[in-house]
Design a protein around this ligand. Structure first.
Ligand SMILES: NC(=O)c1ccc[n+]([C@@H]2O[C@H](COP(=O)([O-])OP(=O)(O)OC[C@H]3O[C@@H](n4cnc5c(N)ncnc54)[C@H](OP(=O)(O)O)[C@@H]3O)[C@@H](O)[C@H]2O)c1
Length: 502
């Protein structure tokens, strides 16, 4: 390696290990704020300049660089205020661990007067998150505002463009702009941490970026939304309806006043899109996901699934197939004996199926102030220690374009619940349509005891019929159901739930 190459490496390592921005290095060590930028663009400083800078770096290392890492936090809600509280309360412990202090020097939120239970006496207040992101008074920017555009995007971009490290918990932002932001970060040499964006307190991003670096992942699946898991768990345990469970989840603060983003599956889809990119080295593709929520799941489905040895979970699943990558979010029948079936309540779990370590299941709290803030903090510690990894696991120019495997080609088992008219020949007609399509049935069950209401597509004069198929193609199942509907022996919409082989 030439002298100049080794000099460049020393400078970059110094900046990374302290979480400094290039400008700070330029000012404090080189006496020129643009020094690092010029160096990155190919400028070759003279030998005397290099020696002077190397000596200054060495002096700082020897005298012990105890300058604190100055953190700016934009967003002081559930997660942001908790993070500031932890940094203030555990400051001494963290300083001993790191060998330097982590200090919140600036914050931004909308309301200056709201009591957030944190001491803001020595903290500079910004009304504008972008101004905070660009401020010279911070070394690292934390975005905890939320939203895929607006101030969250503008502030994260501004910090990265300056070469300033960023930590965010914002899945919507990452799902929509993750690749573009990773590019900006790589160009400016900044780090971008987003552990908290997927499954709150579970360290799945670190596991994928660092722990499983060389493993080839075949499938990733998991429970990524605590609200949905809470509702499905209570429906299963207590025999109450979706609507009742949702009301309780809202009263307990597990569900938003407008719960549609969670219960319709979009929150899970954002997280899945980020995971799929990290697992398969492809671009993030949130609009290519099949998304079905849990609003149509009835007590009849929960009961029959249980009787057949299954539980119903809202899963996000991404897997390789010969046609490309399949990304889907939908209620799923999982065998009761599977590990994921036992993950209940607001907990999340993510399973990674790899060639080397087979299946890895990470389970834990997927949301809430403390678990999420703890993941944000783990990114901050990594950056303070100088850990450098491309944001999406591989350099962004190595990401392959996303190739969607068509859902029609999906192969698996299906649970089909039909409201068959209570007339002679109805069941025989249904079975015969299945046979014509070559669909092999594992069970056919009539459950007159299960009352499916008129709103749920049933009602007087109908019988609940459940068909469980062996593995077949989605296209074949859908065409067959359409034919059955055309025969006039059923009423209302059929219920179709995919079964996942685990
Ligand atoms: N909560 C969780 O359990 C959880 C879990 C995983 C990830 N996340 C992610 O973490 C992020 C934060 O979530 P949260 O639950 O903490 O949200 P939150 O409680 O709604 O807090 C949002 C904060 O952003 C501030 N804010 C909003 N617009 C602003 C603007 N234009 N300028 C300055 N500040 C602004 C708000 O200020 P005011 O307080 O003054 O209104 C508030 O402090 C989101 O991306 C979320 O998806 C949250």
């Amino acid at each position: 390696m030439s002298d100049i190459q080794s000099f460049r490496q020393s400078v970059e390592a110094f900046i990374a290990s302290r979480g400094w921005t290039p400008t700070r290095f330029g000012r404090a060590i080189a006496g020129d704020p643009l020094f690092v930028f010029d160096l990155r663009e190919g400028r070759e400083p003279r030998s005397e300049t290099r020696q002077r800078i190397l000596r200054a770096m060495q002096d700082m290392a020897e005298t012990g660089d105890t300058a604190p890492l100055r953190i700016g936090v934009a967003g002081l809600g559930n997660v942001g205020a908790t993070l500031v509280r932890i940094l203030q309360k555990d400051g001494d412990i963290l300083a001993r661990k790191l060998g330097r202090r982590l200090v919140v020097t600036a914050v931004a939120a909308r309301s200056r007067s709201r009591d957030r239970g944190i001491d803001t006496a020595d903290i500079t207040w910004f009304d504008d998150p972008v101004a905070l992101a660009k401020s010279d008074g911070i070394d690292l920017f934390v975005e905890l505002i939320g939203g895929e555009d607006g101030p969250a995007l503008a502030s994260v971009k501004a910090a990265l463009e300056l070469g300033r490290p960023v930590v965010t918990a914002n899945k919507a932002l990452l799902a929509r702009h993750g690749v573009a932001l990773a590019r900006v970060a790589e160009e400016s040499g900044a780090q971008l941490g987003f552990e908290a964006a997927v499954a709150g307190g579970i360290p799945v991003i670190k596991t994928l970026r660092e722990g499983l670096g060389s493993a080839r992942i075949a499938r990733v699946y998991g429970i990524m939304n605590g609200t949905c898991n809470y509702i499905l768990t209570r429906m299963g345990n207590e025999g109450i309806s979706f609507a009742e469970c949702l009301k309780d989840a809202q009263a307990l603060g597990y569900a938003e006043a407008d719960p549609s983003f969670d219960v319709e599956g979009y929150d899970t889809a954002h997280k899945l899109a980020i995971l799929a990119s990290l697992c398969f080295g492809c671009e993030i593709a949130p609009d290519e996901i099949l998304v079905e929520g849990i609003t149509g799941i009835t007590q009849a489905d929960i009961k029959v699934a249980a009787d057949l040895g299954y539980r119903i979970k809202l899963l996000g699943i991404a897997q390789r197939s010969p046609e490309g990558i399949e990304q889907r979010v939908h209620p799923t029948l999982v065998p009761r004996s599977s590990a994921i079936a036992g993950v209940d309540g607001v907990l999340n779990a993510i399973a990674l199926e790899t060639d080397h370590v087979h299946e890895l299941l990470l389970a834990g709290p997927g949301a809430g102030g403390p678990p999420t803030a703890s993941s944000v903090l783990s990114d901050i510690l990594d950056i303070a220690r100088g850990t450098r990894v491309p944001p999406l696991g591989v350099p962004s120019h190595e990401l392959t374009p996303y190739r969607r495997a068509p859902m029609r080609a999906h192969e698996g088992g299906y649970y089909i619940r039909l409201n068959a008219k209570d007339v002679p020949g109805a069941l025989a007609a249904i079975a015969s349509r299945m046979g014509e399509s070559g669909i092999s049935l594992e069970s056919v069950i009539q459950r007159p005891d299960l009352q499916v209401t008129a709103e749920e597509g049933g009602g007087a004069g109908t019988r609940t019929v459940i068909l469980l198929t062996h593995s077949t193609f989605e296209a074949v199942v859908r065409e067959t159901i359409a034919r059955i509907a055309g025969d006039g022996f059923t009423v209302g919409e059929p219920q179709l739930i995919r079964i996942e082989a685990l």
